[in-house]
Design a protein around this ligand. Structure first.
Ligand code: SAM
Length: 289
């Protein structure tokens, strides 16, 4: 197996194929063996698992996943990488590469077609310019047991944030609605070529099999969350009134009171159970009119 993380091997390999890194495609390739090894290991990949990998690049993580998984399906946008991947991961019979933009894929259908019969997981060193849309698509697919991704450290902190902290956001609630996050480890910038300007971190989201909250309407729940964070420095009442004009300020106050929350509560201090209560109350009011 070619050691693609060894820059003495990687540089001539890329030069031989006239490959130049594309900043626009978020191409920062791993040059430290321990990182892909640890991602594949900590993600819990074994022969019962089918992995969807996004952005294999020249294949450092792909190799480690193929060594452990029942099957790997890797989606890569950049066709220039095909001859290089032929050399670095061509030997693996449990690998299938899909040449496409992952955001154009129907992920549940792809998983069903390519990883049928295996425990589906997603693993990736994500292209950072589209971290949020990819994570959103992976979580909304509702077909994985776990999603383990390398992201900018600041994004990992937002994903795993606790209520009332500066990192806690609507994106935190979105991620934690679907899964339980754990930051596995940090990855310094010198582990990549070219080096990014930021530190990275690997975060694992164990996907919830059942929601621990009763949520009457998912759309109202996420609308409530967005409205609650839209005016961070203002009272929740103002945020809800702006996000649900049909409630008005008085109605927003009544919703907050009937959930047993203080009148001057701020949205960013609420946990998911409290957002669920608020959204259920709003939903009930709208449907009792
Ligand atoms: N996995 C490799 C590694 O760890 O060295 C490469 C990671 S690099 C950060 C991101 C990879 O995602 C690149 O190979 C890039 O071409 C690919 N990529 C970028 N946008 C993509 C998209 N929309 N769909 C699929 N792959 C994409």
């Amino acid at each position: 197996m070619i050691n693609v993380c060894d820059i003495q091997i990687m540089k001539p390999l890329l030069a031989q194929h006239g490959f130049h890194f594309s900043k626009a495609k978020g191409q920062n390739f791993l040059i430290a063996n321990w990182v892909p090894e640890r991602i594949a290991e900590d993600a819990g990949v074994d022969e019962t698992v089918g992995v969807l990998e996004i952005g294999p690049g020249i294949g450092p993580l792909t190799q480690q996943l193929c060594l452990r998984a029942g099957k790997v399906c890797a989606v890569e946008l950049d066709k220039r990488l095909e001859p290089i991947l032929d050399l670095t991961v061509g030997e693996f019979s449990n690998l299938e590469i899909v040449w496409d933009d992952v955001l154009k894929q129907n992920i549940p259908a792809l998983v069903q077609e390519k990883l049928n019969g295996l425990r589906p997981m997603a693993c990736a060193n994500l292209p950072y310019y589209i971290t949020s849309p990819i994570l959103t698509a992976l979580l909304e697919a509702e077909c994985f047991e776990a999603v383990t991704v390398m992201v900018q450290k600041e994004v990992a902190l937002r994903i795993a944030a606790k209520p009332g902290t500066a990192d806690y956001s609507a994106f935190t609630v979105f991620c934690q609605f679907y899964g339980e996050p754990e930051i596995l480890f940090d990855v310094p910038a010198h582990c990549f070529m070219p080096q990014p300007k930021v530190t990275s971190a690997v975060v694992m989201l164990k996907i919830r099999k059942e929601l621990p909250w009763e949520i009457l309407d998912k759309a109202t729940f996420f609308r409530t969350v967005r409205a609650s964070f839209a005016m961070r420095r203002k009272k929740l009442q103002n945020g809800l009134a702006a996000g649900f004009p049909e409630l008005g300020k008085e109605g927003a106050g009544q919703v907050i009171a009937s959930c047993g929350l203080p009148e001057n509560v701020r949205g960013e201090t609420l946990n998911i159970a409290q957002f669920a209560d608020l959204s259920n109350e709003i939903f009930r009011r709208k449907h009792s009119d």
